[in-house]
Design a binder for this molecule. Structure first.
Ligand SMILES: NCc1[nH]cc(CCC(=O)O)c1CC(=O)O
Length: 311
């Protein structure tokens, strides 16, 4: 096997940090390998003035990588799992899934904390974040794009009273303890994260020698969680233009899945629990219940398995 592995990554600082952390893990299990980082520009990085939903959704961050992987220009690509499309091209797959970083969402404010039910202009382009933050504040959501440091700059410039970011990105960039910033961290129960949030996924060509090496970085529980969460999205046929949160946690023999879905004026919530080995069945049941309710239920809120209420 060639011993220089070329790893494609987006150019943002977060993408670079993520790629370097994967390289560190790989270097530990395969010290004979060398790594070269190949920065790749995607449509999603270049068009910054529109919400993603207006120009093709999630795929805009990953298509260029898949071409590069298939043509052999790169050997691996490092992604935030939550930005990945459901269908990967024939021959490619997620071959490495390390332990999940903090999955939670954080409301970041500058110089102040928001009080409950206060009127506030909130920066986020995510429909999932929009409908959930409305459960806590009288939020008027304004589009917010760009990489994490740019988003924080826009907050500091006073364009927003608060912005919502993933704890994972903030932590990876060392931006979770900035002076003057306040962080309201929501538990996954209070504010359901995006499928795959906080998880890194290494994409590569299936069944080659490298894929066996990369599998060495896998965290079993994270891998199960990611598969379960992605399965729910797949069954709902949900792209990033859907207001949907899916979060799962594996605890030894048990997996719990928690999903919220806003469709029209209905807000649906489903909780499932199953033996870990049945994680796909649990994901299917979660999706079935959501679909069922979208089609038939009169109630605008359902809770199964437990009585957690959204506010
Ligand atoms: N949509 C952008 C994006 N994709 C991945 C992360 C970082 C968090 C993660 O790794 O899941 C972010 C930033 C954010 O949502 O705050």
């Amino acid at each position: 096997m060639k011993n220089t592995v070329r790893i494609g990554t987006r150019k943002s600082k977060l993408a670079m940090v993520q790629t370097n952390s994967i390289i560190k893990m790989l270097a530990q299990i395969a010290p004979e390998l060398n790594f070269e980082i190949i920065p790749i520009s995607t449509l999603g990085d270049e068009i910054l003035d529109k919400p993603l939903i207006q120009f093709g959704g999630k795929g805009v961050f990953v298509d260029a990588f898949e071409e590069a992987l298939l043509s052999g220009k790169i050997d691996l690509a490092v992604h935030s799992a939550k930005d990945m499309t459901m269908q990967l091209p024939e021959g490619l797959g997620i071959i490495g899934i390390p332990k999940r970083e903090d999955p939670r969402d954080v409301l970041v404010t500058f110089d102040k904390e928001l009080t409950d039910s206060m009127k506030a202009v909130i920066g986020t382009s995510s429909l999932r974040r929009q409908f959930q933050i409305e459960q806590y504040y009288q939020a008027e959501c304004k589009n917010l794009r760009g990489n994490v440091p740019t988003r924080l700059e826009k907050l500091k410039n006073g364009e927003y009273d608060g912005i919502i970011l993933a704890a994972a990105g903030l932590k990876r960039l060392g931006l979770m303890e900035e002076k003057q910033l306040h962080y309201r961290i929501f538990s996954p129960e209070e504010f359901v994260p995006a499928a795959g949030q906080g998880i890194l996924a290494v994409e590569g060509r299936l069944h080659d020698e490298l894929s066996e090496i990369v599998a060495g970085i896998n965290d079993k529980e994270t891998a199960i969680s990611l598969k379960a969460e992605r399965r729910v999205l797949e069954r709902l046929n949900a792209g990033c233009h859907e207001a949907i949160g899916v979060y799962s946690e594996v605890n030894k023999d048990l997996i719990r899945i928690d999903a919220v879905y806003k469709k029209g004026d209905k807000t649906l919530r489903v909780k499932e629990e199953a033996f870990t080995g049945d994680y796909l069945k649990a994901a299917d049941r979660t999706a079935d219940k959501l679909l069922d309710c979208v089609c038939t239920a009169h109630t605008d809120l359902i809770c199964t398995k437990s009585s957690a209420k959204m506010r």
